[in-house]
Design a binder for this molecule. Sequence first.
Ligand SMILES: *Cc1c(COP(=O)(O)O)cnc(C)c1O
Length: 360
Amino acid sequence: MQFEHLAHPAPASTETREQAIADPGFGRVFTDHMVEIDYDADRGGWHCARLRAREPIALDPAAAVLHYAQEIFEGMKAYRHPDGQFALFRPEENARRLNVSARRMAMPELPEELFLRSIRELLAVDGEWFPPVPGGSLYLRPFMFATEAFLGVRPARQYKYLLIASPVGNYFKSGAPAVTIWVSRDYTRAAPGGMGAAKTGGNYAASLVPIGEGLAQGCDQVVFLDAVERRWIEELGGMNLFFAFADGSVVTPPLTGTILPGITRDSLITLLREEGLTVREEPYSIDRWRDDAGSGRLVETLACGTAAVVTPVGTVVDRNTRFTIGTGGPGQLAQRMRDRLLGIQLGTIEDCHGWVTKLG
Ligand SMILES: *Cc1c(COP(=O)(O)O)cnc(C)c1O
């Protein structure tokens, strides 16, 4: 497919850009350009791929996404290696997962080469937006939504794929402090047969009220339990969980369709096994979590995802109780896994798994 380059009428001045990326925070600053590709079932599918100025887009008020939420997204980071080149971490996995999400949401799949091409095109023009801060990266947000103006309930026939980029600083300013987690008892995130394994905005909409509850309780994040028995630990609103025991084994909830299959989760399983730890993908209950933390059988709990990499869980707050894991502070395993993963992503540790794609 042709990739058209449309000139930006008014890119940010060097001064404006440098100011914006000096202390970018997370998800507030955006680069000059975006990629836009249209889909029309009646015009042969994907067409009109272009790189253009990032600006508001016009949508018909009847656009299906605004009514029935046909929307999916991905989240990934472009890193800069010591040699100055950009690097992506397992981007084909994001391409594949976008299409898994698309199938669940009755949306068209985007060819993987087109997904990867969109990233290369955007980075080629907006590389100067890479933030000059330690632990900084360019956060990439590819997403797709239904644009067809039609209020009937059926899969839309028209869609838009967009890719935007946001310079981001270190998610946590000083390393990774242990976070406090609120147990969501009244609200679940995803039910069997639902869309918990799709990366779609609706799952995040469902998490906002329980996150608000948790914030009111002084917590940083929320852990969701399974929707059937309200007993099995699933994941945080946007991060997967690992439980590390004193005997050297590690448990992570299995991918049964209600959990988002994190690429960080998959990578951690590999790295943990390489360290000689036994990793089991099996259900783990909230009661066991509390008891094992109390007895000392459980030594650490790790949360993981692209944005925050590996984050230790220090304290869990439930309705009438709270419990601490290990010392309540960052544990050794969390620190070690975070350093390994970040080292591979940043190019300071050799990539023995073929996980890193350099862009030159
Ligand atoms: C994106 C996401 C994750 C983490 O996935 P990564 O590929 O590791 O970034 C975990 N849970 C949910 C609900 C997510 O949306």
